[in-house]
Design a protein around this ligand. Structure first.
Ligand SMILES: NC(=O)c1ccc[n+]([C@@H]2O[C@H](COP(=O)([O-])OP(=O)(O)OC[C@H]3O[C@@H](n4cnc5c(N)ncnc54)[C@H](OP(=O)(O)O)[C@@H]3O)[C@@H](O)[C@H]2O)c1
Length: 260
């Protein structure tokens, strides 16, 4: 896919992977709109890159997504690329009484249903564009779950499956469906997780810049399932020796669960 002169909406584009993708897309001469819950974060992103447009939106809230879609279609009729990146990750020791069902539901709505609603709402519009695309940001944990984050893994596996289904349904249309499945990336999400479990450095991580470069390379080459770095290793290990892959991640999870 040609990665210039597109109009791109990135959910969760005010920080981390979403913001880094926004920066790179701008450098490639695209118009970029970012959304997120925290308006200050969005304003700070716009201060760094004034051409970025910002819209406040909570993807876990059905009405907020409806309003976003309405605004986007009115103000950006050339929108042709949706990046479903917004996500949260929570650790749950399901044996604890403090396990919070509402927060678990929020995690599902944010990571999975937000993507479904936004994609579904924009499909009629994207079908009318000459070249269009959706990029879903899932995770290497879609292949091999880390048991300390049971809801997160399930939402990412759901995104992976959903991406395959809609790619097949939209074959031979204007819309290309991409998915990137990162392993550990140096962002606030990883730092927050380490803080919660009290581990300073939980392991090697890829920089968001490197991830964005590999993602862009994948999109340019029409690689529909982009598995950067360790995620590709995990994918192949899981394909050929699933129990080995699962045990590797399980060991990490057991250490984390002791802290929860
Ligand atoms: N970091 C990793 O190791 C890693 C690995 C694999 C996959 N991923 C995936 O990559 C994506 C980006 O994560 P990141 O590492 O860049 O984390 P991050 O730095 O925490 O960024 C997450 C972004 O999502 C936004 N967001 C969260 N909930 C939202 C909601 N309900 N509505 C709208 N925006 C929301 C946040 O902004 P607000 O707080 O302002 O809403 C924030 O800008 C996520 O889907 C994550 O699962 C990350």
């Amino acid at each position: 896919m040609d990665l210039s002169n597109n109009t791109i909406l990135i959910t969760g584009g005010g920080s981390g992977i979403g913001f880094t993708l926004a920066k790179k897309f701008i450098q490639l001469n695209n118009r970029v709109i970012i959304c997120g819950r925290n308006l200050e974060k969005l304003k700070a992103a716009k201060q760094k890159y004034p051409s970025i447009e910002i819209i406040q939106c909570d993807v876990s809230d059905e009405h907020s997504v409806e309003t976003l879609v309405q605004e986007i279609l009115e103000t950006h009729p050339n929108l042709n690329f949706l990046v479903n990146n917004a996500g949260i990750m929570k650790m749950w020791n399901i044996r604890r009484e403090t396990t919070n069902i509402r927060e678990q539901k929020k995690e599902i709505l944010t990571n999975f249903f937000g993507t479904v609603q936004l994609t579904q709402s924009l499909i009629p519009h994207l079908l009318g564009q000459k070249n269009s695309a959706v990029l879903n940001v899932s995770s290497g944990l879609a292949f091999v779950p880390m048991s300390a984050a049971p809801i997160y893994n399930a939402t990412k596996a759901a995104i992976h499956s959903y991406s395959i289904s809609i790619r097949q349904q939209l074959q031979n249309t204007a819309i290309k469906i991409f998915e990137v499945l990162p392993a550990a990336i140096e962002t606030q999400m990883a730092t927050d997780m380490e803080k919660i479990i009290g581990i300073e450095n939980s392991g090697p991580k890829m920089s968001p810049e490197k991830l964005a470069e590999l993602t862009i390379k994948g999109i340019k080459n029409d690689t529909y399932e982009i598995r950067p770095g360790m995620a590709n290793m995990l994918y192949h290990l899981h394909r050929f020796t699933p129990s080995l892959a699962q045990n590797m991640i399980r060991k990490q999870s057991e250490k984390i669960l002791l802290k929860l």
